[in-house]
Write a protein that binds this ligand. Structure first.
Ligand SMILES: [Fe+2]
Ligand SMILES: [Fe+2]
Length: 163
């Protein structure tokens, strides 16, 4: 438990708890993948309540209480682009997992009927990449490129494209 004793331990633990409780949604999605829509229904509804009742207030608390303090810390000691670089690392890891899953699926397909699990893994990773990449591009465009549009000339931006 590397985070034990850190001042932020409670926030990190809350994140872990939120992810753990999101297993309601994962299980319901698994049931859907197995064609068990009826079995999934209550878990799906519970997950909607969980997102609204727990995740929404968490995000609000971060914006109102945590982020203003973090903004000061980043100005003094951090790098504003570090979060996006962490996201690049997560995406690259997903690309590797997706490549392996696609290879496994094509081997299984050539050998006959691929197992449902291999199909589900490719689907899950593909959708994860799609979702994270679309969020990542929105973050870059709405924050970084927006700043660049306001404070850089087209010539300066074009020069970056030729580096
Ligand atoms: Fe959070
Ligand atoms: Fe990027």
């Amino acid at each position: 438990m590397p985070n034990r004793g850190k001042p932020t331990e409670r926030i990190r633990r809350h994140h872990a708890e939120l992810m753990e409780r999101l297993s309601i949604m994962r299980q319901a999605l698994d049931a859907l993948s197995h064609g068990q829509a009826e079995k999934a229904t209550s878990g799906l509804q519970e997950s909607v309540h969980f997102l609204n009742d727990e995740l929404k207030p968490h995000a609000r608390w971060e914006e109102e209480s945590l982020y203003p303090v973090v903004a000061e810390l980043v100005r003094s000691y951090g790098r504003p682009t570090a979060t996006m670089e962490v996201e690049h690392g997560i995406l690259l890891q997903l690309f590797r997992e997706y490549e392996k899953a696609v290879q496994d699926l094509s081997v299984a397909t050539q050998a006959g009927q691929p197992p449902d699990e291999a199909v589900e893994t490719v689907k899950r990773l593909g959708w994860q990449i799609d979702g994270l990449l679309s969020a990542h591009f929105s973050e870059e465009e709405e924050v970084y490129l927006e700043l660049a549009d306001r404070h850089m000339s087209r010539g300066d931006v074009d020069a970056l494209l030729h580096e």
